[in-house]
Write a protein that binds this ligand. Structure first.
Ligand code: BES
Ligand code: MG
Ligand code: ZN
Length: 500
């Protein structure tokens, strides 16, 4: 789908879309068109009880006296409070509402914003287009029957607006973030028989190297050589050996890097502590943290952001086998600390622990942010709405929260405490990877990870199990979401981009 920004005008053909606000029902161009088609818009609004509130819409096919194929009026609620995410949401809704018909060209008319608006008109135009673009994502590469594929008809999405040049410039940045999000969606949707540590690592290199990101791939021998006994333990039962990928985007040589770490379990069967079969297929998306991390690197690189970012993803497949790690095994991590493996299904924290040690030792980052589909307890606590965050620095947690509100990838801070920390003490080793209790499961996982964070390292942990996989028992659930690319890109650019 092509997206373009044209000069404000009333298109004569195709579908024309107007926004209507509860505090300003008619924009000037909507008024003009209404008069031209014998007030069919006003009449339809009356019948539909349309007040311009959020979620309302009126759709009119082939209006008389015009050459337009259809008119769609969508409610936005109060114009005064409409923000970036409101325009993104409406862009998405417009796309979904129209994609099921046979329209080729959609034109959204955005009138000049008046003094009551929160955004400048070019900002709202760019946000609306961003929302439509994100909504247009499809994963249909394994649909061989044209009819059953999800292909949609819209080929050109036009915004007719004021300051259309500025809108296009603003949109170019959003488009880069969307491309990062699409990469994350692609890898999330790929099945475990296609995307496994080796192929995944190669894909990352192919995607990011051409964009100026330095990509290094380490194999199972390197992982052992680095002393990453916890990471290595996870992949042992799989015929597909683990990989660690280190990515560096260095556009800012004046600051220590921001460090990102992502969990990339390409399939999580649970290992010897095998999961129940119902829903196990969803564990193809257990690499959601790594997807967000590589998507963010793509977005930052495409935008040529003035940032220094090191990103590491730990890729492994967690399978049961004669070579698998056993419950009760004790392994030595790169940090030197020993871990008693109580439950082989608590594998994400094992991978993250060693990757976090590596990034601290090799790069001394100014911040370590790890992202992972880490616990079922997180799904129980916050579902698909908010990701849970844990940090040793409240200011960083606040900044991430703000970025999440802006981008509609929301996060909520949960506490760490020494009384939770002691729960991961082990009888036979230093630390155990599971408490054998459901109590505060997301928190005890975070406490486990914190054991590997050095005293003076700023650290934030993001558990995206719920927001990335959604509530799969809910039939309305939208499927796997590339949660985190928009969040991290906004957070890094806002807080860590160096402005010369
Ligand atoms: N990958 C799962 C967590 C998960 C669950 C992600 C549901 C997305 C949706 C993780 O590896 C896991 O199995 N965690 C265990 C930990 C427990 C054994 C301590 C869990 O949450 O049950
Ligand atoms: Mg697991
Ligand atoms: Zn897992």
């Amino acid at each position: 789908m092509r997206i373009s920004f044209g000069k404000h005008s009333l298109p004569e053909t195709g579908v024309v879309v107007f926004l209507s606000y509860s505090d300003k029902k008619y924009t000037p161009s909507l008024k003009t068109l209404d008069e031209r088609c014998e007030n069919v818009i006003t009449k339809s609004m009356k019948i539909a009880n349309f007040k311009g509130n959020e979620g309302e819409s009126v759709f009119i096919m082939t209006p008389a006296n015009t050459r337009q194929e259809a008119i769609l009026v969508v409610g936005m609620g109060k114009k005064k409070v409409a923000k970036h995410s409101s325009y993104m949401a409406i862009g998405g809704k417009i796309y979904t509402a129209l994609a099921k018909y046979n329209f080729r060209t959609v034109s959204v008319v955005l009138d000049k914003s008046e003094e009551i608006t929160a955004l400048r008109s070019w900002e709202s135009s760019a946000s609306l287009a961003y929302g439509a673009l994100l909504e247009s994502y499809q994963f249909d590469k394994y649909k061989t029957d044209e009819k059953s594929s999800n292909k949609q008809s819209i080929s050109h999405f036009k915004i007719m607006c004021y300051s259309n040049g500025r809108a296009a410039t603003q949109f170019a940045t959003y488009e880069n973030t969307a491309k990062g999000s699409f990469l994350a969606s692609d890898v999330l949707n790929e099945p475990g028989n296609v995307l496994y540590p080796e192929t995944y690592a190669n894909l990352i290199k192919e995607e990011l190297s051409p964009l100026g990101v330095d990509v290094k791939i380490f194999d199972e021998n390197d992982i052992q050589k680095f002393g990453m006994g916890a990471f290595y333990a996870v992949g042992r039962g799989s015929v597909r050996p683990p990989r660690m990928v280190v990515m560096h985007l260095n556009n800012d040589t004046r600051h220590a890097p921001v460090g990102l770490v992502g969990k990339g379990i390409t399939f999580d069967s649970g290992g010897i502590s095998i999961k129940p079969s119902s829903g196990m297929e969803h564990m193809v998306a257990d690499m959601g943290g790594s997807a967000a991390v590589i998507g963010t690197m793509k977005a930052l690189a495409l935008s040529n952001a003035n940032v220094n970012v090191i990103a590491i993803v730990g890729l492994a497949e967690n399978m049961p086998d004669g070579n698998s790690t056993r419950p009760g095994d004790i392994v030595t991590t790169m940090s030197g600390k020993t871990v008693e493996i109580i439950n082989t299904d608590a594998e994400g924290r094992l991978v993250l622990a060693d990757c976090i040690s590596y990034i601290q030792k090799e790069y001394k980052p100014r911040l370590v942010l790890d992202m992972a589909t880490l616990t079922g307890a997180m799904v129980t606590a916050l579902g698909g709405e908010y990701a849970g965050i844990f940090s040793n620095n409240d200011e960083i947690a606040k900044n991430l929260t703000i970025a999440g509100e802006i981008e509609e990838e929301k996060v909520w801070q949960l506490p760490l405490h020494k009384n939770y920390d002691v729960k991961v003490d082990s009888k036979r080793a230093d630390i155990r990877n599971s408490t054998n209790s459901r109590a505060a499961g997301a928190t005890t996982a975070a406490q486990f990870i914190q054991r590997f964070v050095e005293k003076d390292t700023n650290w934030i942990h993001v558990d995206i199990a719920g927001v990335c996989l959604g509530d799969w028992n809910d039939t309305n659930s939208p499927g796997y979401r590339p949660f985190g690319v928009r969040l991290l890109t906004n957070f890094i650019i806002t807080n860590y981009e160096s402005r010369q």
